[in-house]
Design a protein around this ligand. Sequence first.
Ligand code: GLP
Length: 240
Amino acid sequence: MKVTYLDGYNKMSDKAVRLFMKELKSKPKSLICTATGSSPKGFYQRLTQRYAKDTVLFDKLTILELDEWGGIEQTDPNSCYSYLQTHLLQPFNIDSNRVIAFNPNADDYKKECSRVQGKINRIGPIDVCILGLGTNGHIGFNEPSPYLQRDCHIEDLTEESQQHSMSRGMSHSPQLGLTVGMKDILNARKILLLITGKNKQETIRELLTGKVTTQLPASFLWLHPNVECLINTKVINNGV
Ligand code: GLP
């Protein structure tokens, strides 16, 4: 994992755009796995400026939703899908046939996870995986636990995850999450891990020790040969 420290959120987002564009130019027909949350927001916003300059380059990519809250409507304004609609799908004119997403209100979550897994198996591996870091060290909704799961699956969310800013507007805090599993994240050709946000100093410190543990799922990224970890130093210095 290559760790780069950047002085502020904007610089971190700019760097992510540069790294991403290099990948997309080398393979426009890419499968892009996308996190939600506040960490990649600036990156997605800046990317729309690139899209305006070179629309055709973005015509062939497919978006894979990294994770989703369980038990809400997909159209709920707090869903990960709504976030992706606002920040990626609409600005980049991406049709639904170029999107793979979890139905958060499926009758049978196991079947829903198998459906998404089947799609990844058919068109994967992921070319670029955009990740954020949970305050508890999760990636996607792969939560700290005695063991991690390989494929798309349902997770019981930890309290920290339930309290994520995206869930604050929901009528009840979500207990479950649906997520891409560790195998497909670690099979990605390239991973961009964007680290910023409150209450992450201790988790960052543990991650940077390089020790790999299921109690800190992001630490498995040390085993991957092509991870760019971009850290907003203001988080480390001021906890912002
Ligand atoms: C949430 C999201 C993840 C995200 C993570 C970090 O659980 N479902 O996709 O990467 O938390 O969020 P943030 O970037 O807002 O700190």
